[in-house]
Ligand binder design. Sequence first.
Ligand SMILES: C[S@@+](CC[C@H](N)C(=O)[O-])C[C@H]1O[C@@H](n2cnc3c(N)ncnc32)[C@H](O)[C@@H]1O
Length: 375
Amino acid sequence: MPKFVATTSRGLVDVLEEELKELGVKVTDKGPSSVDFEGSWAACYRINLCSRIASRILYSVLDFTAYNQDEFYNNFKKHDFTKYIDVDQTMLVEASVKNCCFKDQRLLAMKTKDAVVDQFWAKYDRRPDVDHESAALRVYVRGNKNNYNVSIDTTGESLFKRGYRSDPREAPLKEHIAAGILAIAGYKGDISVVDPMCGSGTILIEAALWARQIAPGTMRKKFVCQKLKNFQADAWDEEVNKAIEQEVTELPVKFYGFDINGRAVRAAKANAKAAGVEDMIEFVRRDVVEFTPPCPRGLIVTNPPYGVRIGGDEYELQDTYKNLAHSLKANFKGWTAWILAGNKELTPALRLKASGRFQVFNGPIECRFLKYELK
Ligand SMILES: C[S@@+](CC[C@H](N)C(=O)[O-])C[C@H]1O[C@@H](n2cnc3c(N)ncnc32)[C@H](O)[C@@H]1O
């Protein structure tokens, strides 16, 4: 049975594991930012198409220990890499290394590239070119304490790049993180979601796509596994058709986004339109001071400014946090609010007691995802 690794952001591994199980694969292991699983190639295609929380799916081909570079080379050549592409296609190697005989990742990447290229020389008397943009064969090699894992990328551009983002300037949350925190909040696509500081709308667009059961991968269509010689076009088409068939058109729930910044609201509307969910989300320019329930019940999920990426000084932001908390306490009794807080200096300004807390990394920023039951 082929072995795969699904990568994600730190803090989202447990919800990714659940999602992979629901998508019908056998999970075999977990790391801080990855979940290993076994399944058919059809399952790999399904996960590329349907996962909301994974960022990349790697096909794992080699695991070995090597204490010097010759040992690495000899172990590496046990796998035939010429079976994945024609010599006229292109390749790329990405490496990461920690406590190994290779002193840095560039050296490991170079040795790996040489080992792949030698296989082509031996077979065809020619070699594939390296291509940093759109290589067909993307080999990932990770070395840790002389243990190496070699895998082949099946995804290409990261899965969070759904293709609906029009203006990335508003410090948006990556799409898979938005979906991941919704999963942590227990969202199943069946309740209205409200975001009082919605920025470019990522949380609400992901919630709406989920509610409509739109598989994110069906929106972008291009994956690097389609360029590999072992690509199974029939299995791929079947998975695409199954993913499209499960889409829901009529929905009883709506989604509501507010933001003080008019440009953010315009970007959110454009993104929702590009994602095909603009009829399900209402975006309105509004200060959080005036935040009142737009519907009888729902889930509040929001990602207030951090004071790191947006600029703005923290003193000013303390008032924003106080205003958010005041609106929640005054107007949302009986609701649950989840706040992705990227700045621990600011959360005390909320003066609310969290009943749940999760650590989630938004890129390099360590965030807390906090649950507040409003009484
Ligand atoms: C970190 S960004 C949200 C990013 C969003 N999750 C996305 O994916 O694009 C925080 C947002 O809070 C908004 N904001 C700041 N102060 C606000 C206030 N007083 N009322 C409403 N929104 C506010 C900012 O305009 C910004 O768009």
